[in-house]
Design a protein around this ligand. Structure first.
Ligand code: ATP
Ligand code: MG
Length: 413
C-alpha cells in the first residue's frame, strides 16, 4: 500500500485525559479512533491487525473442529428471561423496540445458541459438536477506561461445545486449552501468557483463564515460576500454593485476561430443554462448555506488551504489513529505484507499506517507529543504490543490494 493513499495520519499529541497505554499507542499511530469510552473505530492499519488476530484464532479453532456461524447481536428479552439473566446480568444493554417489546444487545450467546442447537441435536449421534462465532459483543461496563482492554462494544470469539457426557467435555476442554496456547504463541505473547486457575461458576470448581503479564493489567495473578501456571488472586486465599508442584512461593503479577474456558455443564441446556436421546434410548441434557477470546482485547494486550519509547513493535504474525519501505529525499533516480523495489515486493506478495509521502526524512523515520512494522527498508541517496534494512526490535542497520532484498524477505518473513 502507498502511504500517500492512507487517509490516517500519526498524531503528535493526544489528549492527556487518555490514560490507557494501549489506547495512547494505537490512537497516536492512527490504528484506532475513540468514539466514546469503550467504543472504538478500527482504522485501516488497525483493522489489518485485528483481522490477522481474528484469522489466527479462526485457523486454530477450525483445527479443533469448530464450525463458524454468525448469530444476531439483537436478541429478544424472552430468551434472557429463561435463564434469569435479564435480571442478573448487570452489564446487559437493554432497549425497547417500536413494538414496545424489549431486547438486549448480545453480551454473550448461551441464551441464543442453546435454543438454536436444540433444532439440530436429536440423538447422541449428533454429538459432540463445536460451534463458534467472531462477533461484536455489547456490555455496559462501568469502568471502560482501559482502551481496547475493556470495551462496551468489543469483538469476541465465542466457542460453545456440546457433549453427551462430562468425560467427553473434559477431553475437549483440554484440547481447547492447547489450541489457546497455540493462539497466544502465534500472536507473539506466548511467553508472557499463563494458564490461570480461576473460579468456575456453577458447574465445575475451577475454570481456566489465560492471563498475559503486563504492567498495567486489571487482574492480579500468583504465578509459579517453576510450573508457569498461575492462580487468580480472587481465588488465592483458598489455594495458597501452586496446584501442580505445591510451591508456595508464588510471584504476584499484574495481568490481562485474554481468554477463558469454562465448563458449563447443563446450566444452559436445562432451561432450554436442550436434550438428546442416548444410546440406551433415554433423554438426557446436553453437556456444554464455552470458550472466549477477546479479539480486540488481545490486540490491546499485544500493544501493551510490544512497544518501546518510540512506538509500537508488532510481532510479525499480527503486524499490519511485514515491510515498511521508506523513500528518503527527492532525488529522481533514488525515487525510481524505490518504486521498482515496491513493485517487486508487491509482485512477490510481501506485504509492504511504501512511504512515498513528500515529508522530511525525520518525519518518515519517526512515523516508522510509531507504526511499528517489523522490517524497515530505507532507500536514499546515502544508501547509494542499496537498501538499509533494520528490524523494528533491533538497533543495527544492515546495508544490502537491492537484488538481495527480495531473497532476504522471502527467507525471513
Ligand atoms: P472480565 O473478567 O475481564 O470482565 P469476563 O470473564 O466477563 O471478562 P467473558 O464474558 O468470559 O469475560 O468473555 C470472554 C473473553 O472476552 C474474556 O476472556 C476477554 O478476553 C474478553 N472480554 C470480556 N469482556 C471484555 C470487554 N469489556 N472488552 C474487551 N474484551 C472483553
Ligand atoms: Mg473474567
Amino acid at each position: 500500500m502507498l502511504q500517500t493513499q492512507l487517509f490516517t495520519k500519526t498524531r503528535k499529541e493526544i489528549s492527556a485525559d487518555e490514560k490507557s497505554l494501549n489506547a495512547r499507542l494505537l490512537i497516536k499511530s492512527g490504528y484506532i479512533d475513540k468514539l466514546m469510552a469503550g467504543v472504538f473505530t478500527y482504522l485501516p492499519l488497525g483493522l489489518r491487525v485485528l483481522k490477522k488476530i481474528e484469522n489466527i484464532v479462526r485457523e486454530e479453532i477450525n483445527l479443533i473442529g469448530g464450525q463458524e456461524i454468525l448469530m444476531p447481536a439483537l436478541t429478544p428479552k424472552e430468551y434472557w428471561d429463561q435463564t434469569g439473566r435479564w435480571q442478573n446480568f448487570d452489564a446487559l444493554f437493554k432497549l425497547r423496540g417500536i413494538d414496545s417489546r424489549e431486547y438486549a444487545l448480545g453480551a454473550t450467546h448461551e441464551e441464543i445458541i442453546s435454543p438454536l442447537l436444540k433444532k439440530f441435536i436429536l440423538s447422541y449421534k449428533d454429538l459432540p459438536l463445536y460451534v463458534y462465532q467472531i462477533q461484536d459483543k455489547f456490555r455496559n461496563e462501568p469502568r471502560a477506561k482501559s482502551g481496547l482492554l475493556r470495551g462496551r462494544e468489543f469483538l469476541m470469539k465465542d466457542l460453545y461445545s456440546f457433549h453427551s457426557d462430562d468425560e467427553d467435555l473434559d477431553t475437549y476442554y483440554y484440547k481447547s486449552l492447547k489450541a489457546y496456547k497455540k493462539i497466544f504463541d502465534r500472536c507473539g505473547i506466548g511467553s508472557k501468557t499463563f494458564v490461570t486457575l480461576a473460579s468456575g461458576g456453577s458447574f465445575s470448581k475451577y475454570s481456566h483463564e489465560f492471563q498475559t503479564v503486563t504492567e498495567f493489567g486489571e487482574d492480579t495473578i500468583f504465578l509459579c515460576t517453576k510450573c508457569k501456571e498461575a492462580i487468580n488472586k480472587e481465588l488465592f486465599s483458598e489455594l495458597n500454593r501452586c496446584q501442580i508442584c505445591g510451591n508456595d512461593r508464588l510471584e504476584e503479577k499484574k495481568s490481562i485476561e485474554v481468554g477463558n474456558i469454562f465448563k458449563l455443564g447443563v446450566k444452559y441446556s436445562t432451561p432450554f430443554n436442550l436434550n438428546f436421546v442416548d444410546k440406551d434410548g433415554r433423554e438426557k441434557p446436553v453437556v456444554m462448555g464455552c470458550y472466549g477470546i477477546g479479539i480486540g482485547r488481545l490486540m490491546g494486550t499485544i500493544a501493551e506488551v510490544w512497544h518501546d519509547e518510540n512506538g509500537l513493535v508488532w510481532p510479525e504474525a499480527v503486524a499490519p504489513f511485514k515491510v515498511h519501505l521508506l523513500l528518503l529525499g527527492s532525488d529522481k533516480d533514488v525515487k525510481k529505484s524505490a518504486e521498482a523495489v515496491y513493485k517487486k515486493l508487491v509482485e512477490e506478495n510481501i506485504e509492504v507499506l511504501f512511504d512515498d509521502r513528500d515529508v522530511s526524512a525525520g518525519e518518515k523515520l519517526n512515523d516508522a517507529d510509531l507504526l511499528g512494522i517489523p522490517q524497515r527498508a530505507v532507500i536514499s541517496k546515502k544508501t547509494g543504490g542499496k537498501v538499509a534494512l533494520k528490524a523494528r526490535n533491533e538497533k543495527k542497520e544492515k546495508i544490502v543490494k537491492i537484488s538481495e532484498l527480495i531473497k532476504i524477505y522471502k527467507d525471513n518473513v
